[in-house]
Design a binder for this molecule. Structure first.
Ligand code: SF4
Length: 214
């Protein structure tokens, strides 16, 4: 981890990203894109890197892929305020090329700290680069998409990147299925939470039972 990188909140992290020059992308970007969403978000979404629109506006997923992401979230009863969205790289690689290992390594403290500060219940990994960054050594996105993976106490669901589905229409069906898998997981967690709450309720005392029934 780069020395001196420690953050008490998402705001201070965001300020640091806007001033960051830890890799060459800090000199070629228009705007850095730290991420958006609440520190209390239950779901964190991690993509690859800002594209042209994101680089111009300083927000993640604002182009066509962002619109598709919004539709998919809406389809499972969620919207942007329910999630925290970011990327493994906070600055745009020129020409939207793949992230370089050196850039991914330089930028990783930001993502690690975002994860620590938010402590989401589930992290959606959008595409192969996010999968390789957070679950290194695991299988390919084509094999793992839609599956729930727990590692070191953190729950991940790899899914296809919406941009990939826009370029390859045959991925649109699997992407929709992936979001159904996300919904099923969230529903299971909700059921578990309710069951735990009911189990934690104190049993009624005998005199309360008499009052209830007598
Ligand atoms: S990509 Fe990450 S490490 Fe590189 S300059 Fe931007 S914020 Fe810093």
């Amino acid at each position: 981890m780069a020395p001196g990188l420690d953050f008490v909140d998402l705001q201070s992290l965001s300020v640091a990203v806007h001033h960051c020059r830890l890799c060459p992308l800090g000199h070629s970007r228009t705007k850095a894109v730290p991420g958006v969403g609440a520190a209390t978000a239950r779901i964190m979404i991690v993509g690859e890197a800002p594209g042209q629109n994101e680089d111009q506006q300083g927000e993640p997923f604002v182009g066509a892929a962002g619109k598709l992401l919004d539709q998919l979230l809406k389809g499972i009863g969620l919207s942007r305020p329910d999630v925290f969205i970011t990327n493994i790289l906070k600055c745009r690689p020129p020409g939207n090329r793949d992230p370089l290992p050196l850039e991914v390594q330089a930028c990783s403290p930001y993502l690690d700290h975002q994860q620590k500060l938010i402590q989401p219940e589930v992290i959606l990994l959008l595409g192969r680069h996010a999968l390789a960054r957070l679950l290194p050594g695991y299988d390919s996105i084509s094999r793992l998409h839609g599956k729930v993976i727990v590692k070191d106490g953190v729950t991940y669901i790899p899914i296809y990147h919406p941009a990939a589905a826009l370029y390859n229409s045959f991925l649109m069906g699997p992407l929709e299925q992936d979001f159904k898998a996300v919904k099923a997981h969230l529903d299971r967690m909700e059921e578990r939470r309710r069951a735990t709450a009911v189990a934690a309720m104190p049993a009624a005392k005998p005199e309360e039972q008499l009052t209830l029934f007598g």
